[in-house]
Design a protein around this ligand. Structure first.
Ligand code: ATP
Ligand code: MG
Length: 672
């Protein structure tokens, strides 16, 4: 692992280095998308550990999704700081709660409610309120908002008014269902996600001895995506800190996209006021995206109207991005007659990218609501393009994966051969053959009806198949690294991975909602369904809600490293009435497009030496994966990932050089 502090700093620019060096007291990093916030804080933690300023196991790094936490753990491991805890607020709280439960609350351990919907349904019917699925979802999300903002049922009415929130149901109804829900939940011995935080806060509040223990364990706190912290999470953070101030927060107010759950950028923006001695650092260089993509992102925020309080607030928070990368392909804008045509068109363009050598895992289709996913699943499946819905979060919790792990464990116990019933009679492939382990795993998986050939069509069956295919691929990968390993070793590996939700990389095109795409990046991003009613979504009514929709689009746009394709469809069904209008946000983007073209002609857009858009396209077409600089075929995985060979440093701009270096260091760390 990398423990040389200077090397850690070498991977950062001047401002990022300032972040890494600010190891004492409160630190606040305000910066736009792709400027290296997440990178700066992971390096800061590793630097703190390497210089002895931090004890790695006394650092708690908090993010908002399991996937982001997993990625951070991976990065920290690569930087030699594997002992640092990187968790979501929920998982950190839950661990503490479970640990202290016997000595504080006592009694049986709490059962966590995975979804509020069933109990909300019960509560609604107890209140004699008729509901359908949409209503249940609305009620559940209002209850989540109430709990995250610490609003009691009886205060709901005044709280929504104060927050200028448009209640989706009559306020009195929400209050009643909320109160009934709490009662039902208590009676059944469940706690929900917000209760995990509430109870942890309660324990820390009321038991100074417990609070002391937690504070002795964690002395340094780092929060990524701090713009999306809600009041409950903020309180927990303050409890963890106590009177201390070793807190580093990073965020981008223009990426606040969870205010419907009570999140607010006020904590981020108000940080320098709350901590007068805070070190405040701004990053502006965008290392992720091409100038074309950055141009669109900047234009989107520049177009925020200033004639409303919501707009003025949003405009104040905006940070201009300065592109660092070489020019890439132009941003695409495509109008389709209907949704099916849009899905076909997008799938076709994705297929072309893959045919030219792009890795499916480096491509994403992003949409506003999950229901939009299905046509894309179908269109990709029709073309034989592998895909993953909503990334790989909670991979090991999928029923088919659980069942497969059970099967594998059973087969491992019985020596991998005799339990032929469970293994579908095919586990006898044994572990002596050439690709022993992988063949055994495939054989066992076939016992649950899996076959190496993908099923036709899309939907759940296809998703299940993809999960099992990912397990089979993982077995292959594992067998390469561990040539002597047997099934039992592989099962142990799976169990370890499951414990930390370390999902295998499923090599497929990602289909994800804009909300779940936060913090992630892909080479090619297709933003689909850009019509009025979808983005902004129909129920976005207030100025504030419209601004949040704009931020969602901003998050989507800034996920793209190179290729960005924006599209929309004028009708829902083929031959249907063209009842949809292109999203209002597109107007400002198209103006930007015109401006970009002019800027390009005027030489403002930085162009690489011979690496303009045409060259890139050409080199991709001539072979599976070739160096973008010299055109040589790439064999090393490191080079393929980068798209150029290590012998071409002259043309590597700083950003790419660092990436290569990071990646090598990560590899080296993993091997050692
Ligand atoms: P977001 O707001 O979307 O979360 P971010 O500010 O956290 O973005 P990162 O994800 O840390 O940005 O970085 C974006 C990309 O730029 C990553 O691929 C990262 O490795 C790269 N990058 C960041 N800083 C540098 C740097 N100094 N040199 C080279 N590459 C960098
Ligand atoms: Mg980030």
């Amino acid at each position: 692992p990398m423990t040389d502090p200077d090397e850690l700093l070498a991977g950062l620019d001047r401002e990022q280095r300032e972040v890494a060096r600010a190891l004492h007291g409160p630190v606040c990093v305000l910066a736009g998308a792709g400027t290296g916030k997440t990178r700066a804080i992971t390096h800061r933690i590793a630097y703190g550990a390497a210089t002895g300023a931090f004890q790695p196991n006394q650092v708690l790094a908090v993010t908002f999704t399991a996937r982001a936490a997993g990625e951070m753990r991976g990065r920290l491991r690569g930087l030699g700081a594997a002992a640092v805890q990187a968790r979501t607020f929920h998982s950190a709280a839950l661990r503490q709660l479970q640990y202290f439960w016997p000595q504080t609350v006592g009694g049986p351990a709490p059962r966590i409610l995975e979804s509020k919907i069933p109990l909300v349904a019960e509560a609604a019917s107890a209140c004699r309120i008729k509901t359908d699925r949409a209503a249940l979802r609305d009620l559940a999300s209002e209850i989540e908002w109430c709990k995250s903002t610490q609003t009691a049922p009886e205060d709901y009415d005044s709280a929504v008014a104060k927050a200028q929130r448009v209640p989706p149901r009559e306020a009195a109804e929400v209050s009643r269902v909320y109160a009934a829900y709490e009662e039902h939940k208590r009676d059944r011995g469940f706690i929900d996600f917000e209760d995990v935080l509430l109870l942890t806060i309660g324990v820390l509040d009321s038991r100074p001895d417990v609070a002391d223990q937690v504070r002795a364990q964690y002395r340094h706190f780092v929060v990524d995506e701090y713009q999306d912290v809600n009041p409950l999470q903020q309180r927990l953070l303050e409890q963890w800190l106590g009177q201390r101030d070793s807190l580093c927060v990073v965020g981008d107010a223009s990426q606040t996209i969870y205010s419907f759950t009570g999140a607010t950028p006020e904590y981020l923006l108000g940080f320098p006021d709350r901590y007068k001695d805070a070190t405040v650092i701004r990053l502006v260089r965008d290392y992720r995206s091409t100038p074309q993509v950055v141009g669109v992102a900047n234009a989107l925020l520049a177009a925020i109207p200033r004639d409303t309080p919501a707009g003025r607030r949003a405009a104040r928070a905006r940070l201009e991005l300065v592109a660092q990368r070489h020019a890439g392909p132009p941003v695409g804008y495509t109008e389709y007659p209907d949704e099916a045509a849009e899905a076909e068109g997008v799938a076709e363009s994705i297929k072309k990218l893959i045919d030219r050598g792009a890795r499916p895992a480096e491509i994403a289709v992003l949409f506003r609501i999950n229901a939009q996913s299905e046509v894309y699943e179908q269109a990709l499946a029709d073309r034989g393009v592998p895909y993953v819905v909503r990334g790989v979060e909670r991979f090991f919790d999928r029923p088919e994966v659980r069942q497969a792990v059970l099967l594998l464990r059973g087969a491992a116990r019985s020596g991998g051969t005799s339990d032929s019933a469970a293994a579908g009679g095919a586990a006898g492939a044994g572990e002596e053959t050439d690709d022993g382990l992988a063949a055994t795993v495939r054989a066992v998986l076939s016992g649950s009806g899996w076959s190496p050939k993908a099923p036709a069509g899309s939907g759940r069956a296809r998703e299940q198949w993809e999960s099992l295919a990912a397990l089979a691929a993982l077995a292959e990968e594992y067998a390469v690294g561990h040539p002597r390993a047997g099934l039992a070793d592989f099962v142990r590996e799976l169990e370890e991975r499951a414990a930390v939700q370390h999902a295998p990389v499923v090599d497929g095109v990602t289909l994800a909602s804009l909300h779940s795409a936060k913090g992630l990046e892909w080479d090619a991003v297709h933003l689909v369904g850009l019509t009025e009613g979808l983005l902004p979504i129909t129920y976005a009514e207030t100025d504030e809600q419209i601004e949040e929709e704009r931020r969602l689009l901003y998050v989507g746009v800034t996920r793209a490293r190179e290729t960005l394709q924006l599209s929309w469809a004028l009708a829902r069904a083929p031959g249907g009435r063209p009842s949809r209008r292109p999203s209002r946000f597109l107007d400002s983007l198209r103006e930007a497009k015109a401006a970009m073209t002019e800027a390009g002609a005027g030489g403002v857009v930085r162009r690489g030496s011979g690496r303009g858009p045409q060259e890139q396209g050409k080199s991709k077409r001539t072979g599976p994966v070739r160096c973008r600089v010299c055109g040589k075929a790439l064999i090393e995985a490191v080079d393929r990932k980068l798209g150029r060979c290590a012998d071409c440093p002259s043309d590597l701009d700083q950003a790419l050089f660092q990436r290569l270096r990071d990646w090598r260091l990560e590899q080296a760390a993993e091997q050692s």
